[in-house]
Ligand binder design. Structure first.
Ligand code: UTP
Length: 475
């Protein structure tokens, strides 16, 4: 019979734990001393146990959808409407209708950097951390369009990296941004489970929790009050981007204009694409399915579709998703409406998760994947928009993510891409830049965001005549 309040809490929760397949936790809780048991019960009480039972019940990936896939329609800078759209985007920025939003709550396990990924030294010469690169773009954009208030920047963190992220901004004096210009919001978490669907513990009194995916960003914007605050400030559109791409063009007027002012868009949610490097590149692709724009993950795209070509001999499904979106505040509100929340589907990822072995009480560091993590993805909101627009841009200009410690999509490949882009901007202004035989820039060249956000911005700058092989240049 329960005798203490802690016993009562456990007794009250036990039936729900049992019916959600989590009965293994009951004897474990019983064996804990009262304060540890209370801490664990606090976490367990927060879980959506019916959801967990559904996800772990072997029902497969909630995201698996069927229907014929077609390539999407796309727009780009050569579109007849581009000039007008850019002007519309510029007007939105000048009127203070756009906020920047970075999702920075990921665990960054592939990179293996000891700290939030946004603190990673990313640029080729000065080693600026990713957060500084974005801050300087925001400052350059507001210098140019002079909105009456500073452009707000929302940064989503996770419970694991929030304190370190906020401390980094403080220690760096917010990279010159105004007090009150940067807002932090913490995303939600999901428990990691073993292959039988049992939640894992990371210590005797706490669960293994992982951030609930970048799809959790819409909910986090809502719960934190950010959406209401944006509405109160007159913000209509959110410029969404990930923390790992130093070439990203945030607050891009052309994209914002197409998104908000083009009849092919409902102004709810748009995405940017680059042509896939090859059929095997690990990026999701934008597709049309059932009259809706959607993104299919690389692992879900059947091989024959991934490798199919179109009439011009290009990949038929070439619209690689670079995770840059424009999202209206109204759309984010609609999807997260209290009581009628339109949940994004959960995807399952099989991972190695260190955990406590309940039989021995020892921490196990698995050599092989042992657990399932559940995450939602922001691109699953695309088909929920009335008409979602996809804009094509160039990889050289806008996409060189830092995902891995070495090889493809690493800091090294990203830094080379930064130099290559800088070289092409300089060459467009008549500078002679040394190149290797394989076409890559043969010098380390960094163009700072406050100098230029695009090639055209270099028009009025004094530039060197030439850049020699092996040299190091900051412009
Ligand atoms: P990734 O898919 O690259 O995941 O995130 P990750 O967690 O950063 O890295 P790995 O897979 O462990 O190596 C893409 C973007 O989405 C953000 C990341 O911070 C990154 O900007 N993200 C991801 C979140 O904000 N929250 C999440 O739960 C997951």
């Amino acid at each position: 019979m329960p005798t203490t309040p802690t016993d009562h809490r456990l007794a009250a929760l036990a039936p729900a734990l049992e019916s959600a397949g989590q009965a293994h936790l009951i004897p474990w809780c019983e064996g804990l001393e009262a304060s540890a048991r209370d801490r664990l019960l606090d976490q367990l009480a927060e879980l959506d146990l019916p959801l967990l039972a559904r996800l772990s019940g072997g029902g497969g990936d909630e995201s698996a959808a069927s229907g014929d896939l077609e390539p999407p329609e796309t727009v780009d800078a050569t579109d007849a409407a581009a000039l007008e759209r850019r002007a519309a985007g510029e007007a939105m920025l000048a009127a203070g209708k756009v906020a920047a939003f970075t999702v920075a709550g990921g665990q960054g396990t592939r990179l293996g950097w000891n700290g939030p990924k946004g603190t990673f030294p990313s640029t080729i010469v000065t080693g600026k951390p990713l957060f500084r690169v974005f801050a300087e773009q925001i400052l350059a954009t507001q210098d140019r369009f002079a909105p009456s208030e500073p452009i707000p920047w929302y940064v989503m963190t996770s419970p694991a990296n929030d304190a370190d992220t906020q401390a980094f901004f403080r220690d760096n004096n917010r990279f010159g941004l105004a007090p009150g210009q940067v807002f932090f919001l913490v995303q939600g978490t999901m428990p990691s489970v073993d292959f039988e669907g049992r939640v894992l513990l990371e210590s005797p009194d706490s669960l293994c929790l992982n951030p609930d995916g970048h799809g959790g960003s819409l909910r986090a914007l809502r719960r934190s009050g950010a959406l209401e605050e944006m509405t109160a400030r007159g913000i209509e559109q959110i410029s969404y981007f990930q923390v790992d791409n130093p070439l990203v063009r945030i607050l891009d007027p052309l994209f914002l204009g197409f998104h908000a002012a083009d009849p092919r868009s409902s102004g709810e949610m748009s995405g940017k694409m680059v042509a896939k490097r090859d059929a095997g590149e690990k990026v999701g692709v934008f597709c049309r399915r059932g009259g809706r724009t959607t993104v299919v993950e690389y692992s879900d795209l059947p091989k024959e579709l991934a490798e199919a070509s179109d009439a011009q001999g290009r990949l038929r499904f070439r619209a690689g998703n670079i995770a840059v979106h424009a999202i209206s505040v109204d759309f984010a509100m609609r999807l997260t409406e209290e009581g009628a929340e339109i949940g994004l589907p959960f995807h399952r990822a099989i991972k190695k998760v260190p955990h406590l072995d309940l039989a021995t009480g020892a921490i196990v560091a698995p050599a092989e994947p042992n657990a399932i993590k559940f995450e939602t993805f922001v691109f699953d909101a695309m088909p929920l928009a009335k008409r979602a627009l996809v804009m094509e841009t160039s990889r050289l200009e806008e996409f060189a993510p830092i995902k891995n410690a070495t090889g493809e999509d690493s800091a090294e490949s990203s830094r080379q891409a930064q130099s290559d882009r800088a070289a092409s901007w300089l060459e467009a202004r008549g500078v002679k830049v040394a190149r290797h035989a394989d076409g890559h820039a043969a010098a380390r060249i960094e163009i700072e965001p406050r100098t230029a956000l695009c090639a055209a911005d270099l028009a009025t700058r004094p530039l060197p005549d030439r850049i020699d092989p092996g040299s190091e240049v900051v412009i």
